[in-house]
Write a protein that binds this ligand. Structure first.
Ligand SMILES: Cc1cc2nc3c(=O)[nH]c(=O)nc-3n(C[C@H](O)[C@H](O)[C@H](O)COP(=O)(O)OP(=O)(O)OC[C@H]3O[C@@H](n4cnc5c(N)ncnc54)[C@H](O)[C@@H]3O)c2cc1C
Length: 468
C-alpha cells in the first residue's frame, strides 16, 4: 500500500487510532496456534463507532480490503491478515451500561470477555459465556464467531446471548439496536446476520447481551468413566436426576497427561489416571444445595455403574483447579507439538458411536497417532484432535495425516454432524464447508454481495475470494 494511500486513510484520524510500526503490528499478524503468519501494511485502532464508520467508508471507496480483529484468539485463521488493513477494536472496550432489571449489559466490541463477566457479577448478575481464551477474546470476536464454550448446555451459544448489536456496514452506514428488547417483531432479525459472519459483512462495534440470575450454589466434580459411551449415559443420568447441569466436559487421559507434563502445578485429579473422565458442574438457585445434589446424583450413578470413581471439589479453590485442568488441555497440546484439530459436533445420541469409529480410524491409520478428544460433549461437540505420540511434531505432521482428517469429516457427515461446531470456518475449513453446503454458500455469497459489493470485508475467509 502506498504511503499516499495510508495518508489518505489516516489523515483525519486521532494519532492513537493508527500505526504502521512493525513492532506493534507483530501481535496482530499471526494466530494463537502459530499456524498462520501474515502481513498488513496498516493497523487501525478506532476509538469510536464514528471513526469505524469513517474508516470503512474510505476503504470502501478506495477498494481496500480490511480485516476486523478482536483478541486474535480465533482458531481457524480468520483473524490473520494477508495484506488486509487490520481494524483492531481493542480501544473500544467500554462497558457502557448494566441494566439489572432488564437483565442486560451493553458494551463495546473490544470489551474482553472476562471484563464483561466481572461487570455482570458486580451488578449481581451472570453473563454465562465462558471459554479458555476469556482473558483475551473480545465481545466483537465472540459474536463474529458465534462462540460456544463450556456453558452452552445451559445457556446457549453467543447467538442466543445477544439481544441487539451495533455494526458498521462497509459503506460506513451504522445499524444499531442496543435497546435490550426481548420482543421486537419488526421484520428480519438482521443482527443474526452479523453473528457468526466472521467479519465478512461489517464491523461489530457494540452489543447488548443477556444476563441471568447468579446461581446461589455451584458444585464441580471429576468422574472416571469407562469410555465415551459411558460419559453420554452419565450425562443423561445427571440431566434427568438434577435438572441443573451447567457444564459437562470430556477429558481424556492423553490430554490430561500433557497438562500434567507441561503446566506447572497441575496434577491428575483421580487415582489411577483413568483413560476417560468428565468434569461436571451443577448449579442451584438454593444456597448450599448444589453440593448435596451432586452427591446424590453421583451416588445413584455409581450404583448404576455409570462411573467408576469420582471426586467432588471441596472448596472453590479445588473447583478452580479442576476447571484449570480442563481449560489447559489446548495449552498442553500446543507445547507437545502441532496437531490436526477437528472441532466437530454430532447429535449427542450419536456421540458414542462417532467417537468409537473415529478413534479406531485414526489409530489404525498411523502407529504414531495419539487421539486427544475432549470438550463439550454435553452439547454433542468434541475437539477431536489428532497429535503425534512423538513430541515436537510440526506442520508436516498435519500434512501427512490429511487423509485422516478427510475420513474424520466423512464420519461426521455420516453421523449428521457439523465439521465446525463452534470455531467457525475461517480459512481452515473453507473448502470443506463450500463443498458440503454449496447451496447455502451460494445464498451467503448473495447476502455478502448485497452488503459488501466491493468485497472489502475480510475477503478471504468463510466464502473465499470473489472470483471463486
Ligand atoms: C485456549 C483457547 C480456548 C478456546 N476455547 C473456545 C471455546 O471453548 N469455544 C469457542 O467457541 N471458541 C474457543 N476458542 C476460540 C476463540 O476464543 C473464539 O473464536 C473467540 O470467539 C474469538 O474472539 P476474538 O476476540 O479473539 O476474535 P478474533 O480471533 O480476533 O477474530 C475472530 C473472527 O471474528 C472477526 N471479528 C473479530 N472482531 C470483530 C468485530 N468487532 N466485527 C466483525 N468481525 C470481527 C475476525 O475478522 C475473525 O474472522 C478458544 C481459543 C483459545 C486460544
Amino acid at each position: 500500500m502506498s504511503s499516499d494511500l495510508i495518508t489518505r486513510l489516516t489523515q483525519t484520524l486521532d494519532p492513537k487510532a493508527w500505526s504502521t510500526d512493525p513492532g506493534e503490528l507483530e501481535g496482530h499478524i499471526s494466530d494463537w496456534r502459530g499456524r498462520y503468519k501474515g502481513a498488513s501494511p496498516l493497523l487501525l485502532k478506532p476509538g469510536s463507532t464514528a471513526e469505524v464508520s469513517a474508516i470503512l467508508a474510505r476503504c470502501n471507496e478506495a477498494g481496500i480490503a480490511v480485516l476486523p480483529q478482536g483478541g486474535n484468539t480465533g482458531l481457524v485463521g480468520g483473524s490473520t491478515p494477508q495484506g488486509e488493513v487490520v481494524i483492531s477494536l481493542k480501544r473500544m472496550n467500554a462497558v457502557r451500561a448494566v441494566d439489572a432489571d432488564n437483565e442486560s449489559l451493553t458494551c463495546e466490541a473490544g470489551a474482553v470477555l472476562e471484563t464483561v463477566q466481572g461487570a455482570a457479577a458486580e451488578a449481581g448478575k451472570l453473563f454465562p459465556l465462558s471459554l479458555g481464551a476469556q482473558g483475551s477474546a473480545m465481545i466483537g470476536g465472540l459474536i463474529s464467531t458465534n462462540a460456544g464454550g463450556v456453558h452452552v448446555l445451559r445457556y446457549g451459544m453467543m447467538r442466543e446471548l445477544v439481544l441487539g448489536l451495533e455494526a458498521v456496514l462497509p459503506d460506513g452506514r451504522v445499524i444499531s439496536d442496543l435497546s435490550g428488547l426481548r420482543k421486537d417483531n419488526t421484520g428480519y432479525d438482521l443482527k443474526q446476520l452479523f453473528i457468526g459472519a466472521e467479519g465478512t459483512l461489517g464491523v461489530v462495534t457494540a452489543a447488548t447481551l443477556k444476563l441471568f440470575a447468579r446461581p446461589a450454589s455451584t458444585a464441580v466434580a471429576v468422574c472416571a468413566v469407562d469410555d465415551p459411551a459411558a460419559a453420554v449415559a452419565l450425562l443423561r443420568h445427571m440431566k434427568d436426576t438434577t435438572g441443573s447441569v451447567a457444564a459437562f466436559e470430556l477429558m481424556p487421559k492423553t490430554g490430561l497427561d500433557l497438562v500434567v507434563a507441561h503446566v506447572p502445578g497441575a496434577r491428575h485429579p483421580l487415582a489411577g489416571d483413568p483413560a476417560w473422565s468428565v468434569l461436571i458442574e451443577l448449579t442451584s438457585a438454593e444456597a448450599d444445595r448444589a453440593p448435596s445434589l451432586m452427591e446424590e446424583a453421583l451416588g445413584s450413578a455409581f450404583e448404576k455403574a455409570l462411573l467408576t470413581d469420582a471426586v467432588i471439589a471441596q472448596s472453590q479453590a479445588q473447583a478452580k483447579e479442576f476447571w484449570a485442568l480442563r481449560e489447559s488441555i489446548p495449552e498442553g497440546e500446543k507445547v507437545h507439538g502441532k496437531a490436526a484439530k477437528h472441532d466437530v459436533s454430532v447429535p449427542v445420541s450419536r456421540m458414542a458411536a462417532f467417537m468409537g469409529e473415529a478413534i479406531k480410524l485414526a489409530e489404525d491409520a498411523d502407529p504414531d497417532i495419539m487421539v486427544i478428544a475432549f470438550g463439550h460433549v454435553g452439547d454433542g461437540n468434541v475437539h477431536f484432535n489428532v497429535a503425534a505420540k512423538t513430541a515436537g511434531a510440526g506442520e508436516d505432521f498435519i500434512t501427512r495425516i490429511k487423509p485422516v482428517t478427510a475420513k474424520i469429516y466423512d464420519l461426521v457427515d455420516a453421523h449428521h454432524g457439523s465439521i465446525s461446531a463452534e470455531h467457525g470456518v475461517g480459512i481452515l475449513k473453507q473448502a470443506e464447508f463450500v463443498r458440503r453446503k454449496p447451496v447455502e454458500a451460494e445464498i451467503m455469497g448473495r447476502i455478502k454481495a448485497a452488503l459488501d459489493p466491493n468485497h472489502i470485508m475480510n475477503p478471504r475467509v468463510l466464502l473465499g475470494p470473489k472470483s471463486s
